[in-house]
Ligand binder design. Structure first.
Ligand code: CUA
Length: 164
């Protein structure tokens, strides 16, 4: 009687133990396949620069919005306590915007929730993110890494104007 009970418990446990190995192994395989097979990586660090010379380092020596081609823009953005520069960007609806950003001082974040831009801005690292703005309106830019006493005030916006 005691043996049968022990066996029942063992099978019940096995039903939990096997998935608890199979699921992480499956996730690891998916991670390896997508990272090395499909080449999918998180948006983020593109290259390193000297964090003490951000203003002299390209492309941050010419900050702001640059039109690359019709409907294609690039923003060279720096974060510093407690503002983004540029703090406000205007583009026509339907634009694709490349954000190149870094921090001049401490760790900041660059979050544009409506278009799924979400990167950390680390001193000495250049972050890159791409977003397409199809719908006219205001898109808040938010610092989502705690960066000091006025962190909650650190915000900007993308203004998307109706195409004429
Ligand atoms: Cu910058 Cu929080």
């Amino acid at each position: 009687m005691a043996t049968r009970k022990a066996t029942t418990v063992y099978l019940y446990e096995l039903a939990w133990i096997l998935p608890s190995f199979a699921i992480p192994v499956g996730m690891l395989v998916a991670l390896v396949v997508t990272a090395f097979g499909a080449g999918i990586h998180l948006p983020g660090q593109e290259r390193r620069i000297d964090p003490t010379k951000v203003a002299e380092t390209a492309p941050f020596d010419t900050p702001g919005l640059v039109e690359l081609a019709p409907g294609q823009y690039e923003v060279r953005m720096t974060a510093q306590i407690w503002a983004f520069a540029p703090n406000e960007i205007r583009v026509p609806a339907g634009s694709t915007v490349h954000f190149w950003a870094t921090s001049k001082d401490v760790v900041h974040g660059l979050l544009i929730p409506k278009v799924h831009v979400n990167v950390m801005l680390l001193p000495g690292q250049v972050a890159h993110a791409v977003a397409r703005f199809d719908t006219p309106g205001e898109y808040p830019i938010i610092c989502h890494e705690y960066c000091g006493i006025a962190h909650h005030t650190m915000a900007g916006k993308v203004i998307v104007e109706a195409a004429r």
